[in-house]
Design a protein. Structure first.
Length: 403
């Protein structure tokens, strides 16, 4: 066994770590991952917003019925009907608007506007019923917990809303009652608001941090499930998903799609001569060379199995795929990886089948089958090269003439 093919490297694929979550603002440290998280949560957050609007409509509807009954008995005034009736209309309008929202930023803006309307509405109701003014701490503390724990917004937005609520409501209470408001009652109400802020912030911070940590860990798990443990490049599972996705996308865009099947020549002889440890290092080195050899971030190099790799080239025609294959073979030649057991020479080489689909009306399986067929053609042609082919265009069958 020859272990001198090239020095054994201790370099391994980097260990994956979940993205950190900031302590106070409960946001993912990576802005892109934070945006991905909000998009991931968008459907659930919109359902929560719709449920909140529905509950607001029901509560305001019940209040309107109570006010209407009191007004019919002469126990209330007509203006008292306006806030609950307006609340019902605004809640229904909000529900219809939320149904049309398509981004987390717009949803958050809608929730901020809804919270402002809810605060003004509650203050208006209490203003029209001076006897209920003593209930303002209860109403405001309730709104505070809805803001922190149920409103589908970021923690920083919840804190901003809570700060506005904590300043505006005591000022309104003091202004509406004037000298009739005892200092100890105002002080007691402020204490309740501070307590609700502290408790709400701690609970919301813990909840939002745990949700984001769970999302970050799920990303790591997905990455582990879609990454080849030996080479660190995407595995067959991720390639299959990418091929199906890019096939659909290129079909919609009427763009070509190319696929390269890459096989290390005489790799079994390499393993038999140099040993499996050197064979593993060889696979890692070839994977790095292939990744560095493709030019665009959207191109995918994956390990398909054993000594086989695949290269997916979205929106690349036959000429571009040929250029990539030439570049990859040249990169292997420049690396000059020793292959003592090769009957074709002293260095490691690869064979490549280059398949291109210009018409994507069929299935992606046909493109893969063609690339595999072209790979074997390259091997039969002597290895250390590539064979290029195009997927045949499917033409509709002609209609048979009626007899």
């Amino acid at each position: 066994m020859d272990t001198r093919a090239f020095p054994t490297s201790s370099e391994a694929p980097p260990e994956l770590q979940p993205v950190a979550v900031t302590r106070w603002m409960a946001q993912l440290a990576d802005p892109q991952v934070e945006r991905d998280y909000r998009l991931h949560r968008f459907a659930e957050d919109r359902r929560r917003a719709m449920l909140l609007m529905g509950l607001a409509a029901v509560v305001n509807g019940l209040n309107f019925l109570v006010e209407l009954y009191a007004y019919s008995r002469g126990a209330s005034v007509a203006p008292a009907l306006i806030p609950p009736f307006t609340g019902v209309l605004l809640a229904i309008m909000g529900l219809l608007i939320v149904l049309q929202l398509r981004s987390p930023a717009l949803l958050e803006a809608g929730m901020v506007a809804s919270a402002a309307v809810a605060i003004v509405s509650r203050l208006g109701v209490v203003s029209l019923h001076p006897a209920l003014t003593y209930m303002w701490p209860t109403l405001m503390v309730g709104l505070m917990f809805v803001n922190y724990l149920y409103l589908p917004v970021r923690l920083v937005t919840s804190v901003t809303l809570a700060a506005v609520l904590s300043i505006a409501t005591p000022a309104w209470w003091s202004w509406s009652l004037g000298a009739a408001l005892a200092p100890d009652e105002l002080f007691r109400g402020i204490v309740w608001l501070l307590f609700a802020n502290a408790l709400g912030f701690v609970a919301a911070n813990s909840l939002q941090r745990s949700q984001r940590k769970e999302f970050a860990q799920s990303l790591v798990l997905q990455q582990l499930l879609s990454t080849d443990a030996l080479t660190g490049v995407p595995n067959r599972r991720r390639f299959d998903e990418a091929l199906a996705r890019e096939w659909r996308r290129c079909a919609r865009a009427r763009a070509p799609l190319s696929l390269l099947m890459i096989d290390i020549d005489h790799f079994k002889a390499y393993n038999d001569h140099c040993g499996h440890q050197q064979g593993d290092e060889c696979l890692r080195r070839v994977a790095r060379l292939l990744v560095n050899g493709v030019g665009r971030p959207g191109d995918l190099i994956a390990r398909y199995g054993g000594e086989e790799f695949v290269c997916l080239l979205p929106e690349v025609g036959q000429a571009g795929a040929r250029a990539v294959a030439t570049r990859l073979i040249a990169a292997l030649h420049r690396a000059a990886i020793p292959h003592p057991g090769s009957p074709n020479g002293e260095h490691l080489t690869v064979s490549i089948g280059v398949a291109t689909a210009e018409d994507l009306s069929g299935s992606e399986g046909a493109l893969f089958a063609l690339a595999d067929k072209l790979l074997y053609a390259a091997k039969n042609a002597g290895r250390n090269g590539f064979v290029v082919g195009a997927l045949e265009v499917r033409r509709p069958a002609a209609r048979a003439r009626a007899a």
